[in-house]
Design a binder for this molecule. Structure first.
Ligand code: UP5
Ligand code: MG
Length: 222
């Protein structure tokens, strides 16, 4: 990828895709709320393409020759939000690739947008989201989950110092995004402290209310 100043995806003043062409559901929730876990269930039953912004950043960080590797590493360790131009470009590239190679048009964008400027830039220049699936979970439960996962995850930010910083960033910077979408009545909130299966059942119920159906149902309707 070129220098940050040259990354074009966040700069367009018209969306690249219309909501008729592409469906995007943002998946938000604190660190360890279970975004990735629930997205993997949804991929299996609904045929979404799952794009985790954090995973895309970690991939770019590890890509030999990436000029953003060190920057991404430093931001993630500190629980800070990587400059949006990088994340939006990575998301747009991944969406284009999934559309071309896998004919995907339905996307779960996990862990993004985490800051109001990202939310505005993505919806202005890439595509407007349909709604945001928000996993509500207390810090106490998220901390237990992350420390447990940290025993084997190898993630540079699954340690108590980084986790505390991630919690602060989430409260101070990412919750305002959820609040703005909530005011626009575009938030679907689910209690994420239940078992993974119970959380998923609630998610499925709520998606049905929004007219989003599993693949099996779509085939029956066709
Ligand atoms: N688990 C899951 N659900 C459970 C349940 N219901 N009951 C019991 N256990 C449950 O789950 C976490 C752990 O909990 C797992 O062990 C799981 O088995 C268990 P997971 O599904 O992985 O939770 P998730 O919400 O995906 O947690 P994650 O740690 O991925 O969330 P973060 O939001 O912190 O991480 P992300 O990868 O999205 O971002 C990392 C960093 O990247 C950010 O801090 C930031 O520095 C950077 N970033 C940006 O800069 N910009 C972006 O746009 C995105 C990321
Ligand atoms: Mg995750």
């Amino acid at each position: 990828m070129p220098a940050i100043s040259e990354l074009g995806a966040a700069k367009r003043d018209k969306p690249l895709w219309s909501t008729n062409e592409v469906t995007v559901i943002f998946v938000l929730g604190g660190p360890g709320a279970g975004k990735g876990t629930q997205c993997s269930f949804l991929v299996a039953d609904y045929g979404f393409k799952h794009l985790s912004a954090g995973d895309l950043l970690r991939e770019e960080q590890d890509r030999p020759g990436s000029e953003f590797g060190q920057l991404i590493k430093d931001y993630i360790k500190e629980g800070l939000i990587v400059p949006m131009e990088v994340t939006i470009q990575l998301l747009e590239n991944a969406m284009k690739a999934a559309m071309e190679k896998e004919q995907k048009t339905m996307f779960l964008i996990d862990g993004f947008p985490r800051k109001l400027d990202q939310a505005h830039a993505f919806e202005r220049s890439v595509v407007k989201s349909k709604f945001t699936l928000f996993f509500k979970c207390s810090e106490k439960v998220m901390l237990e989950r992350l420390l447990d996962r940290g025993k084997t995850s190898g993630r540079a930010d699954d340690n108590i110092e980084s986790i505390k910083k991630r919690f602060r960033t989430f409260e101070d910077t990412s919750m305002p995004v959820v609040e703005e979408f909530r005011q626009e009545k575009r938030v679907v909130e689910v209690d994420a402290e239940q078992t993974p299966l119970k959380v998923y059942q609630d998610v499925q119920e709520r998606l049905k209310e929004w007219g989003v159906h599993p693949l099996e149902v779509k085939l029956q309707q066709a």
